[in-house]
Design a protein around this ligand. Structure first.
Ligand code: ADP
Length: 577
């Protein structure tokens, strides 16, 4: 409980006035809910003693109507405030979580699965918000009822009868505690299994096209069912403990009733108690049942929430390995990029993907990078996006390590067109404008033209306003590539990186785009990773990357004169045409 309070303490501090008011409302509800039984008991004593008159009857009826109405009104106000506060807390936590996710680097996203990250901001966050509300509501209200009831029973009815009938209660609470501790372990396991199940659903939804194309629906469903089965199985353990709890508790409670009744009647005979008082007493024993059960439920919620808070907190505590320092330098222009003995290994891999690589890029040059699939071309060039820190060596920009510059500035230098396109469920122009949301309309037209996307617009239902389906579902592979190129071009970046981004366009379109780049990106830097040699033929320098190492470098003509991968592959491509 202290854990939860310490984690959401900032929120309670922020809204302490609302919380104090809600506390007051809760205590009022607790006190009022005990009153009708008290009024009735006293009324019975008045009737039995023959003192009932018109005025006291009127008062009795008035009180019996007033009390529930007051209780209803206060409860209404409390519920309104409590829901509002819970929603605000949930919103704020979600906001914190999402902005934290944006701060995280690629290593973090390699470590945590998407489904896991989603379940922490849905199921876990709900458990936290629920606990934050129930904590106050349940504990204050129920403890309030218990204290008021026991207070009235002990001080105004009979302390002896109170002691006799409630001594059994601590035994019940001890049993609850044991069960709660046992359950805790299984709740944690359940949360992890739930995250795994979310990941599976996400994978199936994202991969539904591939699943259908390969007629794998049944296999996929089997996997889903397995995940659901595991989820149900993990619940079974939790429920098992719950099933033990209720009957045991009812037995203990039954004993409390018998004690109250038995000794109550004895005390009436002894003239230590009136009938009305026994009725109030027994009603209060009955009223303790609900709050005690509720407190146990609250402890369960707190249990869940403690686990959820830990899971939520685990993410909030993650620090990005790639981050800005206070003295990170700004950069808007560069003269030279120098890769010096760069080795890079993905964080969770054993072997490096690129090894001891050195080369330089002068501003305004066009660099071609070719080589077999999996050689590390993409990995090499993505070092300029500052997704990870290099494992060894360094990338220098104008003599200063890339790690000493502001991350955002470095990324602003680059217009990167990836192999796998990330399109959003927005219109075509909105998808392009992501590259530069402030760009004027002319810049949009120009980018569309340069990416040779203009010719496609007539085939799209609403031209630039056509909605792009999820993950670009309404566009062909080539159109998606050209839309992504337009997105990078609208940024008019210092460095344009085409990472195998022309693979889905035909040779003629590729030639047009390359010609456009040559004409319109004069004085700017282009890095073209390609499989077709036509895309890099005119580059100032071409690097051949094989198994993570540069094995050849030179212009197209120079490389054709060397006996190596470039020449062999070039001849192969020419003969295949
Ligand atoms: P290329 O662009 O030449 O086809 P890549 O740079 O994409 O090559 O990949 C080089 C190697 O790095 C491949 O073996 C690939 O499996 C591995 N790799 C790529 N991305 C990751 C990643 N995020 N985590 C671990 N390994 C990766």
């Amino acid at each position: 409980m202290a854990n939860i309070l310490s984690k959401i303490g900032w929120f309670i501090k922020e809204r302490w006035k609302t919380y104090v008011f809600m506390l007051f409302l809760l205590l009022s509800i607790a006190a009022i809910s005990l009153s009708p039984a008290y009024v009735l008991g006293k009324a019975i004593d008045t009737i039995v003693s023959g003192k009932l008159n018109q005025a006291s009857l009127f008062m009795l009826v008035f009180l019996l109507i007033l009390l529930p109405v007051t209780r209803y009104s206060i409860s209404f106000l409390y519920n309104h405030l409590s829901h509002k506060t819970a929603q605000t807390l949930s919103f704020k936590l979600r906001q914190k979580y999402l902005s934290h996710l944006f701060e995280m680097d690629s290593q973090f996203y390699e470590k945590y699965q998407k489904g896991d990250l989603i379940s922490r901001v849905t199921a876990d966050l709900d458990a936290i918000t629920q606990a934050a509300t129930s904590l106050l509501e349940g504990i204050i209200f129920n403890v309030g009822v218990i204290i008021f009831a026991i207070g009235v029973m002990g001080f105004s009815i009979s302390w002896k009868l109170t002691l006799i009938s409630i001594t059994i209660m601590p035994i019940g609470l001890t049993i609850l505690n044991i069960i709660r501790h046992k359950k805790r372990k299984y709740i944690k396991i359940h949360r992890e299994i739930y995250a795994d199940m979310t990941e599976k659903v996400l994978e199936s939804v994202e991969g539904q096209k591939a699943i259908r194309a390969y007629v794998q629906e049944d296999n996929d469903l089997v996997k889903q069912y397995e995940a659901i089965d595991k989820d149900i199985e993990s619940w079974r353990y939790i429920v098992k403990y719950e099933n033990w709890f209720n009957p045991l508790f009812e037995i203990i409670y039954g004993i409390a009733y018998i004690l109250a009744f038995g000794f109550g009647i004895y005390f009436i005979i002894q003239q230590e108690l009136t009938l009305g008082e026994l009725i109030i007493f027994v009603s209060y024993v009955g009223m303790l049942f609900g709050p005690i059960i509720s407190i146990s439920t609250i402890f369960t919620q707190i249990n869940n929430a403690t686990i959820s808070i830990d899971r939520f907190d685990e993410i909030m505590k993650q620090e990005p390995v790639v981050h800005d320092e206070n003295d990170s330098k700004p950069i808007i222009h560069f003269n030279e990029i120098h890769f010096k003995n760069v080795t890079f290994k993905y964080p969770f891999d054993k072997a490096p993907v690129i090894k001891n690589i050195s080369f330089s890029i002068q501003n305004g040059q066009t660099i071609g990078i070719v080589g077999p699939t999996g050689a590390g071309k993409s990995t090499l060039i993505r070092q300029l996006l500052r997704e990870f820190n290099v494992t060894d060596g360094q990338v220098y920009i104008d003599g200063i390590s890339i790690e000493d510059y502001k991350i955002e500035d470095i990324r602003n230098l680059v217009g990167y067109v990836p192999q796998a396109h990330m399109l959003f469920k927005r219109s075509v122009d909105e998808n392009i404008m992501i590259g530069n949301p402030q760009a004027p309309h002319e810049a949009l037209d120009k980018a569309v033209k340069l990416a040779d996307f203009e010719k496609d617009l007539q085939f799209l239902q609403d031209g630039l306003n056509t909605m792009v389906g999820e993950a670009g579902a309404t566009l062909s592979g080539g159109q998606k590539q050209r839309l992504s190129i337009a997105r990078a071009l609208i940024k008019d970046p210092e460095i344009l990186i085409l990472d195998d981004s022309l693979s889905a366009v035909d040779a003629k379109t590729e030639d047009t785009i390359i010609e456009h780049l040559k004409a319109f990106r004069k004085g700017k830097t282009n890095i073209i990773v390609a499989h077709r040699f036509s895309a890099v033929r005119d580059a100032d320098i071409i690097l051949v990357l094989e198994a993570g190492k540069i094995t050849q470098r030179g212009t197209h003509d120079e490389l054709l004169r060397e006996d190596g991968w470039y020449k062999h592959q070039y001849i192969h491509q020419m003969t295949m045409r």
